[in-house]
Design a protein around this ligand. Structure first.
Ligand code: MRU
Length: 336
């Protein structure tokens, strides 16, 4: 089953991630407004999955334009709304931009290009998984404990995952001891999604509250931190789910390698460094309420950045489907 896919003749199908881990529900999306809502509400989320949503969304927009008799201006406006539905993961705009140049070539070509984006994401994730597993295995003998944050798994991509792609490859090779999974406040992508994926595949894991991560790393229990990314600047600064920077600081302090697993499409060469990456600020409701339960006094002032930027100097390696980049220091052979 894919997290996001195209269902001919004119529907995008997504796993509704807001309902996990309680229910696994596939949602059929037939309009651009529905897709924009699904992206903003995190029904579909994770940078590579947003890339696929951008590409398939252009195909969807074309179908809706034909069905409803839109002129070109209305089609362009719908695509622009889709392209900017969330600001931090560059993959969304990238996915849209892969398909838009083909709009005048007709439906068949648009659909072919969009499906190619989906196919390439699957291939990229498998390549990242294998390359990441090679790299970690070259640094460390024996089975590894990998610490991860948020969800960079199958649910964040079309399938397989980036950081969890590395985890899956290690597991297949018998080189994984277990995964330390940060809960990932406020929306619990680690607890709800990453733990769900790992449990489903019987991959050993322990769920930890975010505040425990630094202490666990300090205790020597972790061999490597592996996370995904929403946007990587030209200098190697990495934007990812809020809390990633803290993990990187703890990893650096304790000599644990900090690895970013992401497709080439997450690298934004137009952004010189992390200060230029737009950081999505999300609603206070996510912090003062969980589902319908209040978690803070009514009216509490809240700051809720959804992402943070880890400076390149703290990043041991960036693993893509094509290469390994070393923006920060090379790790020592063993870090335990
Ligand atoms: O707000 P989200 O859930 O979309 O944030 C997702 C992340 O930060 C992921 O770590 C990132 O997109 C990489 S997914 C392979």
């Amino acid at each position: 089953m894919r997290t996001i896919d195209w269902k001919p003749p004119e529907t995008v199908v997504i796993v509704d991630q807001t309902l996990l881990p309680g229910s696994l529900v596939l949602r059929e999306v037939r309009t651009v407004d529905e897709l924009v809502e699904a992206i903003r509400s995190l029904r579909v989320r994770g940078a590579p999955a947003l890339g696929a949503a951008g590409a398939l969304g252009v195909r969807l927009a074309l179908a809706q334009a034909e069905r409803e008799g839109w002129d070109r201006g209305r089609l362009d406006a719908a695509i622009a709304r889709l392209r900017t539905a969330r600001p931090t993961a560059v993959n969304l705009a990238w996915g849209v931009d892969q398909v838009v140049p083909h709009l005048d070539a007709g439906v068949a070509e648009v659909e072919g290009v969009a499906l190619d984006v989906v196919r390439r994401d699957v291939e990229a994730c498998h390549a990242i998984g294998e390359r990441g597993a090679d790299l970690l295995s070259s640094w460390h003998d024996g089975p590894l404990v990998v610490h991860t944050h948020c969800n960079a798994g199958a649910l964040a991509c079309v399938e397989w995952g980036t950081a969890l792609g590395v985890v899956r490859s290690l597991h297949r090779r018998g080189r994984l001891r277990s995964v330390m999974v940060d809960e990932t406040r406020p929306l619990l992508q680690g607890a709800r999604l990453t733990a769900w994926e790992l449990a489903h595949e019987h991959i050993p894991y322990e769920l930890v509250v975010d505040a425990a991560a630094a202490g666990i790393i300090a205790s020597g229990a972790v061999d490597a931190v592996v996370v995904g990314a929403d946007r990587i600047a030209a200098n190697g600064d990495v934007a990812n789910k809020v809390g990633t920077y803290g993990l990187a600081l703890a990893a650096a302090r304790h000599g644990v390698p900090f690895v970013v697993a992401a497709p080439e499409s997450t690298i934004d060469a137009s952004v010189p460094d992390g200060t230029a990456i737009p950081i999505e600020q999300r609603s206070a409701e996510e912090v003062v309420r969980f589902r319908d339960e209040p978690t803070a006094p009514d009216g509490s002032p809240v700051r809720n950045p959804a992402f943070d930027v880890t400076p390149a100097a703290l990043v041991t390696a960036i693993v893509t489907e094509e290469r390994v980049l070393h923006p920060g220091p090379e790790p020592c052979a063993t870090n335990r």
